[in-house]
Design a protein around this ligand. Sequence first.
Ligand code: 5GP
Ligand code: MN
Length: 333
Amino acid sequence: MSKYSELENIIRNNSSFLITTHVNPDADAIGSEIAFVEMLKKLGKSFHVINYSETPYYLEFLDKENVIQKYSPELHNQLFNSVDVIAALDFNNLKRTVKMEEFIRNSKAVKICIDHHQEPEYFTANYFNGTDYCATGHIIYNFIKETGIVEFDYNLALPIYAAIMTDTGSFRFDRTNAEVHNIAAHLINLGVIPIEVYTQIYDQNDAGKLKLLGDALHSLKLYGENGEVAVMIIRNSDFSKNLASETDTDGFINICMSIKSVKIALKFLEVREGFKVSLRSKGKIPVNYLASEFGGGGHQNAAGIRIRDKQMDELIPTLIQKAISYTKLDGEK
Ligand code: 5GP
Ligand code: MN
């Protein structure tokens, strides 16, 4: 990781910022953006937050002042060159900004990337990344803490807490350690109320989401000699029938992982342009390598693939076979 002092210099020495994150943003993505904005506001900088996707409704509470805009070519394409700095948060491959990719890539602005995923593309020399961090919000917290660039307050604490809470699976995933709990304690001391954040994010379901979950569970099948691979398939017809959308499927795959025999879970999702696969694994099985064989990526235990040029049904059997072979790896790769 480049040093925090370099990031501090970039922030202090520039005045206008364009902040963005990955398609289909989660709470770490939105929380990191809002925390970054709060920091810039305290420093008197100007900023735009432009995302390819709309903010999911259950994360709108983080964007109280409605600063996040959905990307529009007409409105925003000129901005990529007119700002001083483009800050890419919670992703490390420009493909994940979809149609914004070429404008970010070709921009003359200083680019910074703050992220905690594996296998960065290195589209800029200014990478502030580390896979040991439980969330991008964790890196932003440490940056502010170490440099003292601004004072922490509730407005900074809330989005950082949301980022860390969700990316640690509510403080239970691998990278949840004493440091993460100490950060949470600091944020709670600044006024964050854990039950409120949890309720805002996780207890906002429409009935359609639960009905969609019913259909998704109905599709669940186990593969491998002892049921090591769980597969869930959600089709366009399931979405339309239940008036549900892609973000409603967040968390479905974790239910597959609760099955004792399962080592890898695959969730296949038909989306508007092609399809998406979510991959999860237990232990040391590197599903990010499995994903990268098909053009995707992610972390050792959580990865994804988005495919636009192939039929989902063509690829399902291949991916299942690959997943079965990966269940035998457990740490060898
Ligand atoms: P999810 O299944 O929750 O959408 O994604 C899990 C993780 O996989 C994300 O945190 C991200 O790191 C990674 N990921 C998801 N989709 C893609 C993708 O299309 N390309 C790459 N490189 N990584 C992805
Ligand atoms: Mn993240």
